[in-house]
Design a protein around this ligand. Structure first.
Ligand code: FAD
Length: 402
């Protein structure tokens, strides 16, 4: 066809919503739309900590892409991107290649190890459905080994979590929920299981309000979590972290690292310049140097001129960027000017267990406990609504608390 071809790579929050918006805003004759993704399903990255702790059925965190994207309008390519060639306007896949007129890079993140020795090789990482499922299988297998007498080492049951940012805290809170269930299933005394969180920064949940941090730390400590805050991980081994100036070894059968994220490695390997692990996108979300490439979601930073720092990089901003990206693609197709992205912060809520959460909404209104947890479910459901309408909320939504 002679129509311009838009290729979107990566069907996470950013890629799914961009594609959805393009199908809503463009007439079929305006452009061909191609969506490339590793799998035929989209997963809820913001629920992966629940998959990793075994507190949610992994299939609930997945959506078949063809259930929510009009595959008559959008050509689906289920393949893995191995390289982007912006000079040649091509995308190289494991099993072929694609050319494009416009490219949207929404390949998401990989875990950043900050060069800590052993993390890359030995720690579990919460990155996608498959490895999150594997984390839970591993945790349960430690309980099985201990219960069957295959190991008598108590530390086999310990769960050690590096990093107490958003992901680390949400994951450890789910682990706190799951451990009693595993203990009762395998007849293990709960006091033999330690849940330990190690963080180099002076507090958990950096960037959150102090009162909320205190609340979270107290509630999780009361439920048995051991916090080692202000403690630097020197090294990771298959069954421990070596921490602090005195190289203390904290042993555990399960070692998970949640310390940070950076752009999908394909982005850097394709020659895009990285600053602190991500591409500095232009104000209208285009990549530097290429007028027909957009860099959105976890692959990029977008500058917040008003506050002289990057906008937050999270699911909420990824979904909002998708709106701007789709509108800007439409503008370019019509020879019009693009608009700059502006993040509208609707608040952030971190879950700290089944009926508990902390967060802020409406700029600085603080929420705790059940109310915050309800808000968290509203946020989760809102995305399902945007991408799949009310049907999807009924199918996958978090309505069990209402
Ligand atoms: P992703 O959602 O990661 O999607 C990337 C997509 O690209 C995936 O579908 C993947 O399969 C595909 N892909 C990757 N590599 C390739 C390849 N080579 N070829 C083809 N396809 C590929 N943010 C919030 O706002 N609120 C929260 O409560 C929150 N909780 C979180 C909890 C956890 C456990 C984690 C890990 C993150 C959380 N975040 C949260 C952050 C948020 O999930 C990310 O910012 C968001 O997922 C970014 O969206 P994205 O579309 O850029 O990438």
């Amino acid at each position: 066809s002679t129509k311009p071809r838009i290729v979107v790579v990566g069907a996470g929050y950013a890629g799914m919503m961009t594609t959805k918006r393009l199908t809503q805003q463009l007439q079929p004759q305006e452009a061909d739309i191609v969506l490339v993704n590793k799998h035929n399903y989209h997963y809820q990255t913001t629920w992966l900590h629940e998959v990793a702790a075994g507190t949610i059925d992994p299939n609930r965190a997945r959506i078949m892409i063809s259930d929510v994207i009009d595959t008559k309008r959008v050509q689906m390519v289920y393949d893995t991107v191995t390289e982007l060639q912006p000079q040649n306007e091509r995308v190289i896949l494991e099993n072929g290649e694609l050319s494009y007129d416009y490219l949207v890079v929404s390949l998401g993140f990989e875990t950043a190890t900050f060069g800590i020795p052993g993390i890359a090789e030995h720690a579990w990482k919460i990155e996608n459905i498959e490895n999150s499922k594997a984390i839970y299988h591993h945790i349960e297998s430690q309980f099985i080994k201990y219960a069957s007498g295959e190991t008598e080492d108590d530390t086999a049951l310990n769960i050690l979590i590096g990093g107490s940012g958003f992901t680390g805290i949400e994951f450890l809170a789910e682990v706190v929920e799951k451990v009693p269930e595993l203990c009762s299933k395998y007849d293990i005394d709960q006091s033999t299981v330690r849940i330990i969180n190690v963080e180099a920064a002076p507090s958990i949940l950096p960037g959150f309000d102090e009162e909320l941090i205190e609340y979270a730390e107290k509630n999780l400590s009361d439920r048995g979590v051991e916090f080692r805050i202000g403690t630097k991980i020197q090294e990771c081994t298959p069954d421990s972290f070596i921490v602090g100036d005195d190289n203390e070894e904290i042993k555990a059968g399960t070692v998970v690292w949640t310390g940070g994220v950076q752009a999908n490695p394909v982005v850097g390997q394709s020659g895009f310049e990285l600053t602190k692990g991500k591409v500095n996108a232009r104000d209208d979300l285009r990549a530097p140097n290429y007028d027909n490439v957009f860099m959105i979601g976890d692959t990029s930073w977008v500058w917040d001129h008003e506050n002289d720092k990057p906008f937050p990089v999270n699911a909420q901003s990824a979904i909002q960027e998708a709106d701007t990206c789709a509108a800007n693609l439409h503008a370019l197709l019509q020879g019009k000017e693009t608009n700059n992205f502006v993040f509208d912060n609707k608040g952030t809520v971190a879950s700290i267990g089944k009926g508990d959460a902390i967060g802020t909404i409406l700029d600085d209104y603080k929420l705790f406990g059940k109310k915050a947890r309800l808000m968290k479910n509203v946020i989760d459901n809102r995305y399902l609504f945007l991408v799949g309408g009310p049907k999807l909320i009924l199918k996958k939504g978090k309505v069990r608390f209402f």
